[in-house]
Design a protein around this ligand. Structure first.
Ligand SMILES: Cc1cc2nc3c(=O)[nH]c(=O)nc-3n(C[C@H](O)[C@H](O)[C@H](O)COP(=O)(O)O)c2cc1C
Length: 460
């Protein structure tokens, strides 16, 4: 972040003693000055020479941030078996070719719900992006708009949905959790409608917050609850990242959920979220009142793990589903989302359903995107891939993440002789052979280095 941005931002944040004033000041900041600069295209040129794959962004993000923050983004539930399975599933797929019918150019534009997008890759809802970068949700959404694609704003964010919507030139969807109960959700739906969000994404796979070991080891909950122990534990790693700490504090420090407003007009504190999620699990019947409140605009059901769930979403009138296991963050040991897609995709496509099939969980390259589209997805969402970009280099990092995914997708299409996304969806299956049993002997224990380190530290 530029020095002048930081000082202006700090003045504004510190001026706002109460929530309403602080929120208004942050909004003014986003609307007017700082946001446009964070998309800094000089920085993007630099990234183009040094960042060539999503993993480069992950490593750059890990270097810039304290582990208490990055662990929250990288980790999965339990022993992270599903987290690994999501990525390994893509690696088990074998690609074929049919050379001799080359295409000169490829076009990766596509239509998702009512939008013409520049690529079949959307930004998944990711909570707490402000901990990666000041005004992170608005910065990320603005970057997606610049690239001509859509982003989905999580309920669990610290920047008002109105400011985030104004920040982007592209389409924005709103992801809904029913935290705080029906009345609170209705207020959120009404605000999202008025602010111009064009689809509502209802996440069904979070009846309770995921259990993530790194967060437990790091005392993440103590920290967000403002307990002394939490601060004492996290302080050394925070102090050793002064640049990040400066940005975090001047952006207001620990955030409140300004898009979950109670009857008295107060935002939900960060600390209440786990208990609120557990009290407000989504039921299929909820779709009825949500539809009445939301109107005719599309409803997307996210968190589909089985064919039964996909069919139920269709019966309930969803315009799209997201086959997703939340990036392996919810229930550990469920199968990878790619395995779900392999089962569900052909059945739904075979019936000629109008409901669109979106996919996420485990995508780290444009080759993965091509595989998902070939196996039945209309478009994909990515979560960590762009979050790493945001942490590594703000808005420019998000742009770079989507560029990499888009270019690798286009590259694969050249090899397959597919000129358009329509052709890829129609003929792609013959280029992708996925064994019916992707993991006959279980998932190998190739732990991410960070989790392995965590474990070995714990084991003494
Ligand atoms: C740090 C983090 C926070 C997330 N927060 C939300 C959320 O608030 N709502 C939601 O529906 N999904 C959330 N997700 C799940 C993503 O929308 C998406 O399903 C997942 O990231 C896809 O897997 P990938 O990270 O491998 O791309 C979150 C994911 C991450 C990594």
């Amino acid at each position: 972040m530029l020095g002048s941005e930081l000082s202006l931002q700090s003045q504004l944040s510190l001026e706002g003693a109460n929530h309403k004033r602080a929120s208004a000041l942050r909004t003014a900041l986003i609307d007017n000055l700082w946001l446009r600069r964070t998309l800094d295209f000089g920085r993007l040129e630099q990234l183009r020479t040094s960042i060539h794959q999503i993993d480069d962004l992950r490593l750059a993000c890990l270097r810039r941030m304290p582990p208490v923050t990055t662990d929250y983004f990288t980790s999965g539930a339990g022993k992270e078996i599903t987290l690994r399975r999501n990525q390994l599933a893509f690696e088990r797929v074998v690609l074929a070719t049919d050379y001799g019918n080359p295409v000169d150019q490829v076009d990766v534009c596509t239509r998702v719900l009512d939008h013409e997008l520049a690529m079949p890759i959307l930004g998944a809802p990711v909570g707490s992006l402000r901990t990666l970068h000041p005004c992170g949700e608005a910065v990320a959404m603005a970057a997606m708009g610049e690239l001509g694609t859509a982003g989905i704003l999580s309920t669990l964010t610290g920047t008002t949905m109105e400011a985030v919507k104004r920040a982007t030139r592209g389409p924005a969807w709103f992801q809904l959790y029913l935290c705080g109960g029906r009345e609170t959700a209705l207020r959120g739906i009404e605000r999202a409608r008025r602010a111009g969000y064009s689809a509502l994404v209802l996440t069904i796979d979070t009846p309770v917050a995921g259990i993530r070991m790194p967060d437990k080891y790091n005392g993440f909950n103590d920290l967000i609850a403002g307990r002394l122990l939490g601060y004492l534990r996290a302080m050394p790693s925070m102090l050793s990242h002064p640049r990040w700490l400066g940005g975090f504090l001047t952006d207001g420090g620990l955030m409140e959920f300004v898009n979950i407003i109670d009857a008295e007009g107060r935002p939900m504190p960060y600390t209440d979220i786990a208990s609120q999620l557990a009290q407000s699990a989504t039921r299929w019947e909820d779709i009825e009142w949500i539809r009445r409140a939301w109107g005719d605009a599309p409803i997307v059901i996210k968190g589909i793990h089985t064919l039964d769930e996909a069919e139920e979403a269709q019966r309930r009138g969803a315009e799209a589903i997201v086959i997703s296991n939340h990036g392996g963050r919810q229930l550990d040991r469920v199968r990878s989302s790619l395995e779900t897609l392999i089962e569900v995709g052909p059945v739904l496509r075979g019936r000629g359903t109008k409901m669109q099939i979106l996919f996420d969980s485990g995508i780290r390259s444009g080759f993965d995107v091509a595989i998902a589209l070939a196996l039945g997805a209309d478009a994909v969402l990515v979560g960590r891939a762009y979050a790493f970009g945001l942490g590594a280099a703000g808005g420019a990092g998000v742009v770079r993440a989507f560029e990499i995914l888009r270019d690798e997708l286009a590259h694969t299409m050249r090899h397959w002789g597919c000129r358009t996304i329509e052709q890829l969806k129609k003929h792609g299956e013959r280029f992708v052979s996925a064994p019916t049993e992707l993991f006959p002997g279980g998932v190998p224990d190739t732990l991410e280095p960070r989790v392995a380190a965590h474990r070995s530290r714990r084991q003494g």
